[in-house]
Ligand binder design. Structure first.
Ligand SMILES: Cc1cc2nc3c(=O)[nH]c(=O)nc-3n(C[C@H](O)[C@H](O)[C@H](O)COP(=O)(O)OP(=O)(O)OC[C@H]3O[C@@H](n4cnc5c(N)ncnc54)[C@H](O)[C@@H]3O)c2cc1C
Length: 349
């Protein structure tokens, strides 16, 4: 018998598997092995201050150091560099934006991330930068695809992973265990991303899907080793001259495929600050598991004690998943309380 079955090996399921593995638990991880998922096409940025209004990320002072420590810890067993500090230069689009930044810099809680003395002008042949910009500190990048591929190999070596689509009708619940196609476990935890919309145990949870599209572009001779954020993000990706352009955020969409509208939005955002030509190599799209209220959805089903969920990472799975996977494992194994803001008890009783 396994201790846990986990459904989904995205960033959420992988982090949960890591902390359960560290606690000595046996696992069966089930994933349908899709090549395009949010966790695989994510820009992978850990960002302490986001949005036009420069708002500090929820729980940033706790989440960010925890994420850094976790990805660093995983680098040895996975044999991959995962966590890379990332310089982000944000471009102002107006004098008002400069003033808003200056006001934020004066606030003590923003001091680790924003520096009033650091106004930047990228005056070169590549970036159009009439209002200047600033450097955001303490940001980082994790390549989702690299992490998931390496973690899958780790699971294959140390634990068990089953590639295939999970079907709810094959799950049998008993008083003290669950069984699925001949495998039994003490508990099953669903970490299926937006596929949770089809999960009969959690259909009342307020998922609010948001489609995201991105482009992979090649820019000859352009060799910035940092991220530029204007109307869109332009970030070095994998190889010299290859950049990630992201991301759209759409809540009213017909399907999860790359669209002409998404590409047009990304290219028009890119052209608003990039002066040189580029070539589009790839165009990806996936649907983020966003939630009304923007907090994760974590916990054990109130009536089915053998069934849990670890989901709702929304637009910030890379920074949220390590911290809350650890918290959920401490809840599952030691009975420690979950943060009330993420506990599914706020919706299910
Ligand atoms: C374009 C884009 C850019 C982003 N940029 C950032 C960023 O910069 N920083 C950040 O923190 N976040 C970012 N995000 C958000 C982040 O990617 C998500 O929060 C995160 O990937 C969600 O992870 P997850 O594991 O919950 O879901 P998923 O990535 O959807 O993983 C779920 C897994 O479960 C599998 N699965 C589902 N149902 C079944 C089933 N029935 N049987 C078997 N397997 C199943 C899926 O195939 C998948 O592998 C971005 C997202 C997008 C789309």
């Amino acid at each position: 018998m396994f201790d846990f079955i986990i459904v989904g090996q995205g960033i959420a399921g992988s982090m949960l598997a890591w902390f359960l593995h560290k606690a000595g638990k046996t696992l069966l991880v089930i994933d349908d092995d899709k090549s395009i998922t949010p966790s695989r096409i994510t820009s992978g940025v850990i960002n302490p201050v986001t949005g036009r209004r420069l708002v500090k990320t929820w729980l940033a002072d706790e989440l960010l150091p925890f994420a850094a420590a976790t990805y660093h810890e995983l680098e040895t067993p996975l044999g991959e560099k995962l966590y890379e500090p990332l310089k982000i230069v944000r471009l102002f689009d107006s004098v008002k934006a400069q003033n808003d930044w200056s006001v934020r810099c004066a606030l003590k809680e923003y001091s680790p991330y924003l520096d009033n003395g650091a106004m930047i002008h990228l005056a070169d042949a590549y970036i159009n930068n009439p209002f200047g910009g600033f450097e955001l500190k303490e940001a980082a990048h994790v390549n989702g695809g690299t992490f998931l591929t390496a973690f899958k190999a780790f699971l294959q070596k140390h634990q068990q992973i089953y590639a295939g689509r999970f079907s709810y009708s094959d799950l049998k619940l008993k008083e003290d265990s669950v069984s699925y196609k001949g495998a039994t476990a003490r508990q099953i935890i669903f970490a299926e991303g937006i596929q949770a919309l089809q999960n009969p145990f959690f259909e009342k949870l307020p998922f609010y899907p948001a489609k995201g599209e991105c482009l992979i572009v090649e820019i000859a001779d352009f060799l910035y080793d940092y991220m530029v954020k204007g109307e869109v993000v332009l970030m070095p990706f994998y190889e010299k001259n290859i950049y990630y352009v992201g991301s759209t955020h759409e809540i009213d969409f017909e399907n999860s495929f790359p669209s002409a509208k998404g590409r047009q939005e990304l290219e028009s955002g890119l052209k608003s600050f990039l002066k040189c030509s580029y070539k589009v190599l790839d165009h990806w799209a996936a649907v983020r598991p966003t939630v009304s209220g923007r907090r994760p959805l974590i916990g054990i089903h109130p009536r089915h004690k053998r069934v849990g969920i670890f989901n709702g990472m929304g637009t910030k799975g890379i920074s949220l998943a390590p911290y809350f996977a650890n918290q959920f494992v401490e809840h599952l194994l030691l009975g420690k309380p979950l943060n009330k803001e993420v506990d599914i008890k706020r919706f299910l009783s």
